[in-house]
Design a protein around this ligand. Sequence first.
Ligand SMILES: [Zn+2]
Length: 224
Amino acid sequence: MPKELSPNIQDYLKRIYELTRDGGLATTSELADLMAISPASVTNMLQKLSNTEPPYLTYTKHQGVRLTEAGRRAALKILRRHRLLEEFLVAKLGYTWDEVHAEAEILEHAMSPLLEERMDAVLGHPEFDPHGDPIPDSNLDIPVIQQTSLANLKIDQGGKILRVPHEDPQVLRYLGKCGMRPGVEIKLLSRTPYDQTMRLLIVETGEEVVIGPKLGGQITVRVG
Ligand SMILES: [Zn+2]
């Protein structure tokens, strides 16, 4: 059985997976910003991770990195634990969806394969976490979901919310208060020309919600 990677390495692989999920490379400066550490430390780690056996990523100087299959599987393994934990805390321990990310960030590194298996079973093998992110299954397969960013909707176009950003509790409390949760039907009413702020209708309740362009770019929907 392969030994567990250090929490720091697991975090790197998870971040790189998220940055490269839709193709492309993750750059040193993106990672340094996301992890709030110096570009020099990031470069050191990226070199290290491209020289492991097997390598976890391929590193192209001055361009960026992408995960190898070994790196991708290691990232999915930690994402599976993170998302199972978030779902468990909400479904079984009564946490609200804005409270679970910080807990999962810590606990994901301390989770044994047995605990992961039991948690998955007691939850009935959930496919999504509370924020709408898909949970990789025990084979680390993850469904490909047709989705687009809320920011890409056209006026009068409707859709169902799939995922919301999971990291910022304040954002989650705002979205929760507005009724913007995965599974909810929305329709774009208008968009201001000067800053692209969106006015949305929550179809079921008839309530209107205002979402700025940055947040809108982080929420995904299925159109139609
Ligand atoms: Zn999270």
